[in-house]
Every structure is written in C-alpha cells, then in structure tokens.
Ligand binder design. Sequence first.
Ligand code: ATP
Ligand code: MG
Length: 316
Amino acid sequence: MIETTSLSKSYYGRLAVDSLDFSVDKGETVGFLGPNGAGKSTTLKMLTCFLAPSSGTATVGGHSIEKDSLKVRQTVGYMPENVPLYPDMRAGEYLEFRGRLKGLHHRDCRQRMAEVMDLCDLTQVSKKMIGALSKGFRQRVGLADALIHRPELLILDEPTNGLDPNQIRQARDLIRRLGEEYTVLVSTHILSEVEKISDRVVIIDRGKIRASESPKSLVRRLCQQEELRIELKATEKQVRALVNGLSKVEISSCDPLPDGWLEITLGTSGPSDQRESIAIAIQEKGWPLRELASRTASLEDAFLEVVSTPRKDPSS
Ligand SMILES: Nc1ncnc2c1ncn2[C@@H]1O[C@H](COP(=O)(O)OP(=O)(O)OP(=O)(O)O)[C@@H](O)[C@H]1O
Ligand SMILES: [Mg+2]
C-alpha cells in the first residue's frame, strides 16, 4: 500500500528525512514513532502529497506521489498534526462541504456523512459550531473528514494529541476498529496505546529508520534485562552489600519510602528467573519483605533503547 524508495527531504539544505526505505502492506496498522523533530510529519506530508520530496520517491496504493498526486489523495485519508477546521461552520455542514470538495455527489455525500458521523460518534454535535466543540470532538471531526471519501489508507499524524486519558482510550478503540477495515499508518507519542493497536512499528530518529518490526519482537530483541521491584526493611548499605555478592544482578535505584521501607529496583540479566534466589537471600538476612515483583519491558523501554543509541554516522 505504501512503498518508499530513498525518500528524502531537506529544509534549507538541512536533511529532515534521510533516504527512507519502508513499506506498509494492505491491511496493516503501523505505528510511526520517533522523538520530536525526527521527521515523522515531514514523511507523512510527502506521502500525502502536501510536500514534494527533495529526492527519492514513494508510491501509495500503486500511484506515484509525484506523477499521480490526485490518485494518491483519493486513496489516502489524511489527518494532519494540527487539524485545520473552520470554527464558524457547523460540524455536519463542514463534513458535507469536505465530502463535496472531495468529489462525492450530493446524495452519496449525505449518506456517507451519516456513516462517518456515526463511526466517529459525532451525530449529537452535528449542528454545533466547530469553534464551540471540545478538543476531542474537533479531533473526531478531523478523523471523519479523513474518512469521508472512502479512502483505502488512513494516515493519522498524532490523532490523540492534546486529548485527556479518557478520550485517548476512546480514540485508540476507534483506531483499532478502523484498522479492521482500513490500512492505517499512525504517528503518535503515546507508546502504551500504539503497542496495543499496531501490527508493526517503524521508529525513525534524526530522519533515519532505526527499527521496523512488531512491538513484541522489538521488545524481546532489545530488552533482555528484566527488572525486579522490591520493598523491604533494611539500610541501603546492607542492601548494597547483599547485591554486590550476587551475580548478574545490579541495583538500578534504591530509595527510602515515606513509611520507612526501602524501595529497590534491580536489573537482572541472564535467561533464568532470579526472583526465588533473591527472595531466599533476603529471607536468610531476616529482613521484612513486602513486595518482590518482576516488571516486563514495554514498547517505551524498547523505544528509549532505539533512540538513545548513538548513531554510527559521524556527520549526524
Ligand atoms: N517548514 C519547515 N521549515 C524548516 N524546517 C522544518 C520545517 N518543518 C519541519 N522542519 C524541521 O524538520 C525536522 C523534522 O520535523 P518534523 O515536523 O517532520 O518532525 P516530527 O517527527 O513530526 O516531530 P514532532 O514529534 O515534534 O511532531 C525538524 O528538525 C524540524 O525543525
Ligand atoms: Mg510531527
């Protein structure tokens, strides 16, 4: 559905997107991740024909972004980073205007409007001025706009930006549902959400692709260290002495809690689960123990691992 070949963009001689080669298959939901300024929005703008590449190319739905931009725009439903809306139009009016602009005939447009308003849960605000809608509803109007012309592919640039936790969850569920019908490329900083909805994540940093695989395999590959969280009663010095005597275990943090207990985070490496041997070592000391739990690594841990690794390229 998307295929990029050495796709690059520079602004005033400075490379923002540097020879990207990646693809998105039909039916996939792909999370497009990267730190601020990584080049995500620039890439998405090129794929939606809002920006011309400086070099390289891409096809979307088999159409060239340079030679066949009209076909590309028919194939894609794009929700940009800051959804541009007309505050003085009513939500329904706006969607009808957008549908007609995108080539839908009057009756078809009305029918499709009802469908997308139902899908995005907008029916109750159809007659409200966009300027009077909350941020969450305005984002949903932007999404409905992206969907109205029945695209095959959705490109969403930070669709949950500025939403409260409840709305973020609702947006995630909606994107998950859309993912059953559409191919989705979604850029976001909310990694816990993208981990749940993406078949695959593509991570870019300083304009270059750094990883492209399923969230699970990325975490498994990069986060082999397990973390143990312990709460016990002893002094920090005693704990450090004990841990120094254990192999393949190191202290990541050791902090007193307000109620007099000590909270310790241990990093453990190696294939075996070390909880039992650590519990026995603590028991032998006779220290009161109220928690010993392992924390499995998340996509956030893997993401930080990817983007904090220095690039080998000395010019970067
Ligand atoms: N119109 C522009 N003119 C000049 N430089 C730009 C322009 N747009 C983006 N840039 C630069 O290109 C780089 C990539 O920006 P881009 O907006 O694509 O990043 P991003 O990954 O979307 O970041 P964010 O997570 O903050 O949205 C940044 O260094 C940015 O400053
Ligand atoms: Mg951006």
